[in-house]
Design a protein around this ligand. Structure first.
Ligand SMILES: *Cc1c(COP(=O)(O)O)cnc(C)c1O
Length: 236
């Protein structure tokens, strides 16, 4: 069988994940791979699906919804898992609640309330992560760590959401050790919430350039775009 570029890059990414897990004694399969398909068309997603990938991340609501619908037609009967990972405005929550399986970028209660209200009754609860601004980075959205416990308690109480954990996008770090220190602060935040009585199992952290540090630090879900699909054109 001839392997496509996407299939080969997917396999290479899986190998990186395995090696990174092995290096710190984490069991195989303890880190899931989310393929971030933003800016790539349905055909690229279909190629990754043929190579065995099932979970995909999208940043832009309309682009994501169009792709979800296209893939359902293109690959009937194949169940995919779609994660919204981009900043979410309150006026864009409805299509997200109606089409996605996960939202990782919840950073305020208003958005969470709308997602819960708008989640259709025939679908399972929307799985959510709260995005935390772990390193105080200026350009990234996310709740400040000090405000996290209150938001987490409120989100966990919403009926049509299932709070699963935290997501973070730290600024690029100057070294492996520095990256690990930031990722480990996210682990600490998750552990503190669980000590308070929540039962969170997901830490979404690590991308194409820093997945090794994220896995070494305790990530359970890495979000990888460029290493699988190739470079994206600069955002216009
Ligand atoms: C684009 C994006 C990714 C993937 O980044 P790569 O560097 O392409 O791996 C992961 N998470 C979020 C939130 C993104 O916006």
């Amino acid at each position: 069988m001839i392997m496509t570029t996407i299939a080969a890059q997917l396999q290479h990414t899986q190998q990186r994940l395995q090696q990174a897990s092995h290096a710190v004694g984490r069991p195989e399969g303890s880190v899931r791979l989310l393929a971030v398909s933003k800016t790539f068309g349905p055909d690229a997603v279909a190629e990754a699906v043929q190579a065995g990938q099932r979970a995909f991340g999208e940043n832009y609501v309309q682009e994501g919804v169009d792709k979800i619908v296209a893939l359902r037609q293109q690959l009937p009967g194949v169940v995919l898992e779609w994660h919204c990972i981009g900043p979410l405005q309150t006026n864009k929550t409805r299509p997200v609640a109606e089409h996605f399986d996960w939202v990782q970028s919840v950073d305020r209660l208003k958005v969470a309330q709308r997602l819960s209200d708008q989640r259709p009754a025939h679908l399972p609860p929307l799985q959510v992560c709260i995005q935390v601004n772990v390193d105080g980075g200026p350009t990234k959205s996310g709740v400040a760590p000090a405000e996290l416990p209150e938001l987490a308690r409120a989100v966990a109480a919403l009926p049509r959401l299932k709070l699963r954990g935290l997501m973070c996008i730290p600024e690029p770090a100057p070294s492996f050790e520095a990256a690990c220190a930031v990722f480990k602060s996210a682990v600490g935040l998750l552990e503190a919430l669980n000590a308070e009585g929540l039962a969170l199992d997901t830490l979404s952290m690590g991308m194409s350039d820093d997945l090794e540090a994220a896995v070494a630090s305790g990530s359970t879900l890495v979000r990888v775009g460029r290493a699988i699909f190739g470079g994206r054109p600069p955002k216009g």
